[in-house]
Design a protein around this ligand. Sequence first.
Ligand SMILES: *Cc1c(COP(=O)(O)O)cnc(C)c1O
Length: 602
Amino acid sequence: MKNTDLSDVLRPGCSPEEIALKSFFLGPQAENAPWLRELIRDVLDQWVHWRKDHYATDGRAISEADQQTPEFLRSVETFRNEVQEILHRFQSEVPNYSPRYIGHMTTEISLPALVGHMLTLLYNPNNISEEVSRVGLQVEKNAIGALLAMVGYDQSKATGHFTSGGTVANIEGALRARARMRNWIAAGASARKLQRYNGTVVEAAGMGWATYDQLMADPEIRSCRDEGTFDLLDKPFAAADAIRDVFGRSYRGPVVLVPGNKHYSWNKAVDILGLGTEAFTEVKTDELGRMDVADLDRCIGRARDEGRPVMMVISVVGTTELGEVDPIDQIAEVLDSWRENEGIDIWHHVDAAYGGFFCTLRHDESEEYLTNPVKHALRAMYRANSVTIDPHKLGFVPYASGAFLSGSVREYAYTRIKAPYIDFRSDDEPGLTTVEGSRSAAGAVSTWLTSRVIGFDRHGYGRLLARSVVAARKMGLGLADAHPWIRVNVARDTNIVTYCVAREGEPVSRTNARTLALYEAFSTEKDHAFFVSKTALSLSSYEALLRPYAGAWNAGWDTDTLVMLRMVLINPFLDTKETDISYINSFIEHLVASIQTRNELK
Ligand SMILES: *Cc1c(COP(=O)(O)O)cnc(C)c1O
């Protein structure tokens, strides 16, 4: 069946620009292979020239005679065979390039990204320092500049680096938030000891750079701080006692405020930093699964009353489960009011690992793709202290490519650890501040090439993501109409569709069993018609969303989580008109057939 039904209004017309998008990918049937092959051959040829042109008078190390010896030939033969073996094994890899793959946040990679990645591997720079990466590091700076511009940061003040992914980028944010807090507490405690400051520990922890600079300009405070008595990183236990003595209250450590929709990498971050799981405080989410801003304000107030500083507030752009966008603008307002009215400056990190690339649509006035609250949220990202963004998700870049962005060079360069064996030429060499040591330049070069070829704006990525939003909307509408038991979730800010399959009035545990059985049916099919993923939303994190949502079919809450099928609709060819199959319609037919024919689902 061709893709002809469902509201045509939602389909972007096939303008020449839309057709040009097809040059960015190999295509489900490797349609662009002929010219790609040529391009890759050129990449290899230039690599060969690079060698031949350097030290050309050195003479050959491997002679033609060497290459003809039986041992040499045998070892080449083994090599070829082993390569064939691995290639053979990879034939059964998950076909994540296919529009039939609508499971996790993985999809087709773009050709500019692939070629950027491949060519970097050939030159193999190590972006730990300029000593071992002449070009790679420059390209990384260019790529970071492009990401900063996309997010809306002032490039003259902001900075950042590439990481292996969102998890590490989040840890980079947490480390810096903690380092800033440690400095401010130590300055406040030192000044208090000298009776030149009378704030509480919570106020000290959020004193702001202006107060900090003012205190540190006093040589006595500075020397007291340098003694390290109040340094929670150098001497955590002794410093806690010393802090209790000057502030007159036990120091119970900071809290980290994260919304219930958080990614589990935040549990890892808190764990790795040794903050204690009690540091973790979940902010409630609202009826759309976004951070509840009023609850955020309450959580900050409660922490203050308990004498615990808020080390950082984390918000999410593109939640892992539902693709929701927290109200970054309103969160920034709450934090501004704490700064202005209470003198408490709190670090705000936006985890935009998934949704960061939607910034390319933040100035789109058409109202067609993103709602106004989402656009306002995206336009406020520059107000955060730091941002995580994963080109290896919506950037169509191969793994591993994540990025950590910081709005201020001062907050970015939080530590100065020297390695005696590396020649760090300037204070802003990456290896001094990155969590990782040796780092590939491949993720940065891929991202840079995509920014040049596809474009980090409305006309490039904006078009690709707009298509994915349209595909998700069509899928959502189609599913809701297809069968009375399919309950499509209302939370659909971006391109993720979630739903469960529930009968009127039944207990949630029964619905969960059916939804899980459907998931199993998809994943155990021999020919794998489609790939979907699943998730479970808990009442503790999503109460405001789940109660009315499941109330619509009078569900009985006999368990505290609702299992959902989850589909991430990123593939650029999902809604194409050319293929012989309509992926969206076929998926819906497939699902309905499963519901109707399987007895265990009744
Ligand atoms: C994917 C994701 C992460 C983790 O990123 P990795 O690249 O998998 O390490 C963190 N936060 C959010 C919101 C994500 O979607």
